[in-house]
Design a protein around this ligand. Structure first.
Ligand code: NAD
Ligand code: 6OD
Length: 484
């Protein structure tokens, strides 16, 4: 049994708040206990972050700071197998995913934002004045201050470092509240922080839940200067309301109900490969995942058959076994939510092309397994098509014209991502521009260049992170005007 401690002011400390169990999703077994931070400990973490900001971290040169940030990437890579095991035990995700996506990106995030901050420029303007002397304006960027980082459970290290790395690169200090489901890698990162010489207080971790717990204590704390959040849209709404007190900026990366659009001129094999991943990777627990697909009528049957075959080909099992390609969902509660939608699809008259229920896996009977599932035949106002399910499932709908496909894709309160599959260059540009989302992929999915703007439109988020856009959120831009 592992005891997950908080990390405050450079030390791992037991929480004084309620303790709760950490489960291995593959078996349902309790593998650890999380000791949540109480309100006073969250206050101590914020205080430590403030002291570090005014102290050694704030006084450090950019070159020195960036050197330490690169060492964090090296430190994660040096303990790659420990991070990998911790992430697998928290999430039940297969090694094939965690070792190729989660942990490498956890390290890469630090190097990318170290590069980014070294090339960050600001603007200057010379101006005329009535006396002829002139004036010079130039902008400077300062750290925003103490940043509250609230994280979800689906890509724990990747999504936490996606925010911690730019925050630290810009000279801020952070207090992180990882998901209650996935405490491990955030806690382990505390050891790496100490090992590479990051001063105490720069990186703090407080464990707990959201409402009436560490999440709320952190977002309500008015000595937190900015809050960056990834999670569900309704949680983001609560965080935005909390941030209004003290007028603190938020960056919100939230839910999606992303549409895929497959035109009849698409390269069939490549499309099936890409869209299959978009529906089922990480057991469908990716905010960018495709839970509704619009297929041009002439190829509908072929796509339906191809995607059903993809769903059936996944292999459940021990997540540490490299041959396993699909893990469980995160928790019994989340499985109940996903299966609730599977029931609604059946009751709503869906044709089930693949899966459709819970999965049984020999030797892992207590695990939270669900079948990768493909439906068709539901009306567009079905909750299965409107709500984010966050499971390995998708619904196929035929369309005839480009205009119809665009209208169907845009008929959602969410606006995170889309993937468009076509060999027509003009069509690719035309359609990509007309889908109301933050990220449109053409003939690919989840292909990431970390310099690009990342975020959602409509109910999927506020703000953009990535590249210079992260620098916008994690710094305060000030203008200095000098009369010459
Ligand atoms: P969640 O909103 O339930 O929880 C996220 C975090 O918020 C957790 O740490 C939780 O403890 C905390 N929290 C909950 N209520 C809070 C409150 N009132 N105040 C402060 N903190 C609170 O989300 P989840 O279930 O962990 O993650 C899945 C969701 O995240 C999905 O909706 C998914 O689309 C979204 N997501 C979005 C992105 C993106 O980049 N847009 C990325 C990953 C996940
Ligand atoms: O790749 C990223 O930077 C990112 N934020 C991915 C989000 C995935 C959502 O589940």
């Amino acid at each position: 049994m592992t005891e997950y401690l908080n990390f405050i002011d450079g030390r791992h400390v037991a929480g004084r708040g309620p303790a709760f169990a950490n489960h291995f999703p593959t078996t349902g077994e309790v593998i650890g206990e999380i000791r949540s931070a109480d309100r006073d400990q969250v206050d101590e973490a914020v205080g430590a972050a403030r002291r570090a900001l005014k102290g050694p971290w704030g006084r450090m040169s950019l070159a020195e700071r960036v050197g330490l940030i690169r060492k964090l990437a090296d430190g994660i890579n040096a303990r790659f197998d420990e991070f990998l095991a911790a992430e697998i035990r928290d999430t039940g995700k297969p090694r094939s995913i965690a070792s190729h996506i989660d942990i490498p990106r956890g390290a890469a995030n630090f190097n990318v934002f170290a590069d980014q901050v070294m090339t960050l420029a600001t603007e200057s303007f010379e101006m005329a004045t009535p006396d002829g002397a002139g004036a010079l304006n130039y902008a400077v960027r300062d750290p925003r201050g103490v940043i509250g980082v609230i994280c979800p459970w689906n890509l724990p290290l990747l999504l936490m470092t996606w925010k911690v790395a730019p925050a630290l690169a810009c000279g801020n200090t952070v207090v992180v509240k990882p998901s209650e489901e996935t405490p491990a890698t955030a806690t382990l990162l505390g050891e790496v922080m100490n090992a590479v010489g990051i001063p105490p207080g720069v990186y703090n971790v407080v464990h707990g839940h959201g409402v009436g717990s560490a999440g709320e204590y952190l977002t309500q704390h008015t000595d937190v200067d900015g809050i960056t959040f990834t999670g569900e849209t309704r949680t983001g709404e609560a965080i935005m309301a909390a941030a209004a007190k003290g007028v603190r900026p938020v960056s919100l990366e939230m839910g999606g109900k992303n549409a895929g659009i497959i035109f009849d001129d698409a390269d069939f094999e490549k499309t099936m490969e890409g869209i299959g991943r978009a529906c089922f990777a990480n057991t469908g627990q990716v905010c960018l995942g495709t839970e509704r697909i619009y297929v041009q009528r002439g190829i509908f049957d072929r796509v339906a058959e191809g995607l059903a075959a993809k769903a059936a080909a996944y292999r459940f099992g021990d997540p540490f076994d490299p041959a396993t390609t699909m893990g469980t969902v995160i928790s019994a509660k989340h499985r109940a939510k996903v299966l609730g939608y599977y029931d609604r699809a059946r009751e709503g008259g869906a044709t089930i092309l693949a899966g459709g229920g819970a999965a049984g896996v020999k030797g892992y009977e207590g695990g939270y397994w669900v079948q990768p599932t493909v439906w068709t035949g539901l009306p567009e106002d079905s909750p299965v098509i409107r709500d984010e399910i966050f499971g390995p499932c998708t619904h196929l709908q035929p369309f005839d014209t480009e205009e119809e496909a665009i209208a169907l894709a845009n008929d959602s309160r969410y606006g995170l991502a889309t993937s468009i599959w076509t060999e027509g260059l003009g069509r690719a540009h035309r359609v990509a521009r007309q889908i109301d989302v933050g990220i449109a992929w053409v003939n690919c999915w989840f292909l990431r260049d970390l310099r690009t703007p990342f975020g959602g439109a409509k109910a999927s988020g506020i703000g953009r992170e990535g590249g210079v856009h992260s620098m916008e959120f994690y710094t305060e831009l000030r203008n200095i005007c000098i009369k010459l």
